[in-house]
Design a protein around this ligand. Structure first.
Ligand SMILES: [Zn+2]
Length: 77
C-alpha cells in the first residue's frame, strides 16, 4: 500500500510530510520533524496478533520523553 504524502501525528494530529518519496527513500521513512513506529498487539490485548504503523511528531515525542511516558532504548547507529 503506498504511503500518503501527508500523515497526522498520533497525538496532536499535526500534519507531517515525508521528505522523500518511497522510491527515493527505500526502506527509510524520512519524516519531517517526526518519527514512525510499529505498535504490536500481544496476548492479552484485543489487538493480539495485529501490527500497526503510526507517526508521532518530534514535539510530542519530546514531551512524552520528558514525562517519562516513552523510554530511550538504544541508538540504531
Ligand atoms: Zn504531535
Amino acid at each position: 500500500m503506498p504511503r500518503p504524502f501527508l500523515t497526522p501525528c498520533l497525538i496532536c494530529e499535526k500534519a507531517v510530510i515525508y521528505l522523500w518519496t518511497e522510491e527515493q527513500a527505500g526502506d527509510a521513512t524520512n519524516l519531517n520533524d517526526a518519527v514512525d513506529f510499529e505498535i504490536t498487539g500481544s496476548y492479552g490485548s484485543r489487538f493480539d496478533t495485529n501490527i500497526y504503523h503510526a507517526v508521532m511528531c518530534d514535539d510530542c515525542l519530546e514531551e512524552a520523553i520528558q514525562k517519562r511516558r516513552v523510554s530511550f532504548v538504544r541508538s540504531y547507529l
